[in-house]
Design a protein around this ligand. Structure first.
Ligand code: SF4
Length: 375
């Protein structure tokens, strides 16, 4: 079992917080789509014939592609990989492109999950973020998607933004039950190093991110989700029953995946490979038959650290029997002693076979996992 990620690196403009690789030009669009097809041919054996259970078109802005372009990519993916009939096929999209017609065409292509970059239902916040849609357009996009038959429907929101106070955040959350969504991804504002916001903070044109504000709004979010039947199944993800993201869940389980396109990463269980985060270089590499730009083998310690980091961010937590089978009894016992000595008891639960962070503990997941890393 495996997944495939396809990166579409085109955006109409750059959002202030964004650190994903994308370009604000579609000059190389045709060439890029041909390169993706060529890369599928070059890397068709990477996953060793494993069944593909999930496809994920991320970006960038995949909804800048026409239905015909997406249909062609999907046909090529089906040609080169054994994609199971009920595969989860997700497309990330921005509200301004999700018209009723476009949503219907996406659904007709077999795309069965949409992840819509709403980010906020408050226009001043959207303007600060550099988003191209309004709150009303975001709501319309969600309804268009639902009317087109998308039941597996997710939106993204960003909290911890100083342009929005706690009351406004709560009023945004109160819009959620009114929408036909089955999944929510919510992230704390993080100015990535290569983002516009990062430079603004460096140049003192914007205040640094307020961690207390983010922590408070995370608390409001988790309480709201609990009251409204959204299961908090990973630090940033909430779902109605049966609507966990299969693609992301496989990633947290360290399931192998192939990443196609500029800046895309791949993982085969023991090594990680990545393509150039540069469109011209990616096109050159593919033209020359280069199947990855760089790679690293993951030593046992790296695999262990990664398993801790990914699994502790989920509410399911760590399967201790599996951890022991994979990394030995001694390491498992060291981990348990670390928890007993260093981690506040209200931040985790320990049952016979499972070590899980509580909702309060999840906020500190990276720090808690980091404290147990083997270096
Ligand atoms: S957040 Fe999305 S739309 Fe905005 S620049 Fe980044 S990839 Fe593009």
């Amino acid at each position: 079992m495996a997944g495939i990620y396809i990166h579409i690196p085109f955006c109409a403009s750059k959002c202030v917080y964004c650190g994903f690789y994308s370009v604000v030009s579609t000059v190389h669009r045709e060439e890029y789509l041909s390169a993706l097809t060529r890369e599928m041919e070059l890397r068709k054996d990477y996953l060793k014939g494993a069944e593909i259970r999930t496809l994920y078109f991320g970006g960038g802005t995949p909804t800048l592609l026409t239905p015909a372009e997406l249909a062609s990519l999907l046909a090529d993916l089906h040609k080169h990989f054994p994609i199971v009939p009920d595969a989860e096929i997700t497309l990330e999209g921005n509200p301004e492109q999700l018209t009723a017609d476009y949503c219907r065409e996406l659904r007709a292509l077999g795309i069965n999950r949409l992840s819509i970059g709403v980010q906020s239902f408050h226009d001043p916040v959207l303007r600060f973020m550099g988003r191209r849609h309004t709150a009303a357009e975001a709501i319309e996009a969600v309804h268009n998607a639902a009317a087109a038959g998308f039941r597996n429907l997710s939106i993204d929101l960003i909290y911890g933004v100083s342009e929005r106070n706690d009351e406004q955040w709560l009023s945004e959350l109160q819009q959620l039950p009114e929408l036909p969504i089955t999944h929510l991804s919510a992230y704390a504002l993080t100015p990535e190093e290569n983002s516009i916001l990062y430079k603004q903070i460096q140049n003192q044109k914007h205040a640094p991110v307020d961690d207390d504000l983010a922590a408070r709004q995370y608390g409001l979010l988790t309480a709201f989700a609990r009251e409204h039947g959204l299961e908090h199944y990973e630090i940033s993800n909430f779902a109605r029953t049966g609507f966990h993201s299969r693609h992301n869940s496989a990633y947290w389980d360290s399931t192998p995946y192939l990443g196609l396109g500029a800046a895309a990463h791949s993982f085969n269980g023991t090594s990680r490979q990545w393509n150039a985060s540069n469109l011209a270089q990616y096109l050159r590499d593919i033209h020359n038959g280069v199947t990855c730009h760089e790679s690293e083998s993951l030593a046992t310690n790296d695999q262990y650290n990664e398993a801790l980091l990914l699994r502790l961010r989920t509410r399911d937590g760590l399967d201790l029997q599996k951890l022991e089978n994979d990394y030995g009894t001694e390491r498992c016992q060291e981990l348990l002693s670390y928890f007993k000595q260093e981690v506040p008891s209200e931040h985790y639960t320990l049952t016979k076979n499972r070590l899980c962070l509580t909702e309060a503990g999840l906020w500190f997941a990276d720090g808690i996992a980091g404290g147990a890393f083997i270096v």
